[in-house]
Design a protein around this ligand. Structure first.
Ligand code: NDP
Length: 287
């Protein structure tokens, strides 16, 4: 008797560019787990219907990407602490009963933190600039605060959204400690002339070949400029930072590490990420 492989996938719009199927299929081979993992395009107004259909077809878990992370949060009735802190869900966990409540988690934050550790980046006492206030920024703010930097400034094109993010984050018992948390609009960026130790680009500007407008004083030679984008690198943001002598990194490692955490949530086994990092990196260089 053959056992049917377990069914997983990633849902988004667009979704054709996603590397998640390759990553999860490689993890599955590595750990000997039998599964299918497909990229699912949901209509912009059809997230819930698409998820429900996937579940009735036996789906046990979904990764969620742009633009559905907030809808995925609303879809769940059972949410992890990380999902609650982020207000966004990138991993849905289902039981075999398609009517049963779905559990939602957010692995973006742990993915970023593991990649920063991989690159030997220490955050204690550092000045961090977080660009963007969308789903990705929401997912990483909590873990960044928990790493005890001296300060985090959230700067977003829409300053209201940046302010809302830190206000939302301030509600409830969050481990803020002595971290100074502030927000501004990119257009009102403070010109105090002090460079940041780490600048994280969590905007989607790189996807359209743009770079958030910032004064040159935000970085110096010691600054690390981290772009969460990973498809077409180096991005304009990375080039801008490199030209000023800063170390520029892309989000490929974060992508692999957040996937590894989702894999662990679904299968209870933590895959090795080095092999997948190397394979994706080689693909990027050859394309
Ligand atoms: P959202 O759509 O939720 O948020 C987009 C953010 O980008 C908003 O803050 C928006 O500002 C800002 N933005 C968009 N265009 C511009 C621009 N031209 N200039 C300045 N700011 C801009 O997207 P996500 O937060 O989910 O994703 C953001 C990025 O992070 C994407 O590139 C995504 O691929 C990447 N990502 C990478 C991951 C990884 O594992 N490496 C994981 C998750 C995300 P406003 O509010 O003003 O509209």
């Amino acid at each position: 008797m053959s056992i049917r492989p377990k069914k997983y996938g990633v849902i988004g719009n667009p979704i054709g560019h996603s590397r998640s199927p390759l990553i999860h299929q490689t993890f599955a081979l590595q750990t000997g787990i039998s599964l299918t993992y497909s990229a699912i395009l949901a209509p912009l107004e059809g997230f819930t219907a698409t998820v429900n259909r996937f579940r009735t077809e036996g789906g046990l878990g979904l990764n969620v990407t742009v633009p559905f992370k907030h809808e995925a949060f609303a879809y769940c009735t059972d949410r992890s602490e990380r999902a609650l802190q982020a207000g966004a869900v990138n991993t849905l966990i289902f039981s075999e009963d398609p009517q049963a409540p779905a559990r939602g988690d957010n692995t973006d934050g742990v993915g970023l933190m593991r990649d920063l550790t991989y690159h030997g980046i220490e955050l204690t006492g550092k000045r961090i600039l977080l660009l963007g206030a969308g789903g990705a920024a929401r997912g990483v703010l909590g873990p960044l605060v928990a790493a005890h930097p001296a300060s985090i400034l959230v700067a977003n094109r829409n300053g209201e959204t940046a302010g809302q993010l830190i206000r939302d984050f301030g509600v409830g018992a969050k481990p803020q400690g002595t971290v100074s948390l502030s927000a501004c609009a990119l257009a009102d960026f403070p010109l105090d002339g002090v460079a940041f130790d780490l600048i994280i680009n969590a905007t989607s500007a790189s996807l359209s070949g743009e770079c958030p407008a910032l004064p040159n004083t935000v970085l110096q030679g010691h600054t690390i400029a981290y772009d969460m984008a990973y498809g077409s690198v180096p991005t304009v943001f990375m080039d801008w930072a490199s030209a000023k002598g800063a170390r520029a990194l892309d989000g490929l490692g974060m992508l692999v590490e957040q996937a590894a955490e989702s894999f662990y949530l679904w299968h209870g086994v933590y895959p090795q990420t080095e092999q997948v990092r190397a394979r994706l990196r080689a693909e990027l260089h050859s394309s």
